[in-house]
Design a binder for this molecule. Sequence first.
Ligand code: GLV
Ligand code: MN
Ligand code: MN
Length: 419
Amino acid sequence: MIRTPADLRISIDSAGLERRIDELALVSEAPAPVVTRVLFSEADLRGRDYVRRAAREAGLAVREDAVGNIFARWEGSEPGLPAVGSGSHTDAIPNAGRYDGVVGVLGAFEALAALKRSGFKPRRSLEVVMFTSEEPTRFGLGCLGSRLMAGSISVEKAQALRDREGRSLDELRAAAGYKGPLSAVRLAPGTYHAFVELHIEQGPILDAGKIPIGIVEHIAGPSSYRVTLHGEGGHAGAVLMPVRHDAMLAGAEIALAVERAAKASGSPDTVGTVGVFRIEPGAVNSVPFRAYLEIDLRDARMDTRSKALAEIRSAAAEACAARGVRMEFEEINADPPADGDQETVAIAEQVCAELGLRSLRMVSRAYHDSLFMARVSPTTMIFIPCRNGWSHRPEEYASPEHIASGAEVLAHTMARLSA
Ligand code: GLV
Ligand code: MN
Ligand code: MN
């Protein structure tokens, strides 16, 4: 029987959920209010302990896979059926806040705990996933756990990943206690009947419109590129301007070309960012002989993203030729956008209407593990407002009321999907 909010009495323990979010925020590589939990850092490992404990406290059975995705399951009355999934991540970029990802993991635990308290019995199993490394900080590639689950990255490519210190995924996961073949991470077809991720919006629309819930219909496709520029160094006083091959200045031209191409793409959803820009030797009295950039380019549309990329590449080649700088331009990832599943979107929307919560269908401009889950399962996301749209910074804030509403919508949506 499909339960309705009227006959399913769900009461989210908002205070308990807030306490857990606050406790996990203290598990960080940097002092509060900054949250930094980079994949397989000591803070990430302690965060994983916290997640396992919180899952068990919610009455869920915990298992982990070879890359460190953590699964917390409530077995349904027909455990052989594809499960209803939820979840997000708890790794955090340097200088992050406390809600990105965390709301979707701890909020989903609370949603299932509330369903248990209500006396609800799922037919399909309900499962929460804490995905490994949604953030790209360590390996330069986001959504590592969900990417492997969806089979969207080959095991060979994952094994070739190296962090800045040259350490491999295999080395780091083994040190964190994760062994076994990465090939086993891939989900069997039909593992999930549906997947619903709860997340802060990370943009200003819900907050500005005072709308408590967003329901994601599309997720913009991210891509990223690594550019290495080889110029010629020398003494900042002695190498005269006409004979310079300054790698940093070529990089600066490329960064400006990224901005220009994103603005001129013809789509309001094209965004381009140079978030990494390092130079060598990095001394005030030395001409930079090497520059290293990472470009993040996203769009809800593939055609305008491709056009922007072509323009960036040609402007970069031109700038480097003019400056006598050699360029290596390498794609890190180029993922297509994903569509939400219309039926799942409609169920979440119906739940909001019945709970008396206004909702808005939206595009997610940030990427999420749902980008990859959408390839293997009908998927949508439930967004809640965050103050001023701030995210990826310590001032990130979502109110307890909005978090509780998000968890309540998630609980009802998962309950219906599990029937
Ligand atoms: C995810 O954190 C993103 O960069 O969109
Ligand atoms: Mn993030
Ligand atoms: Mn996130």
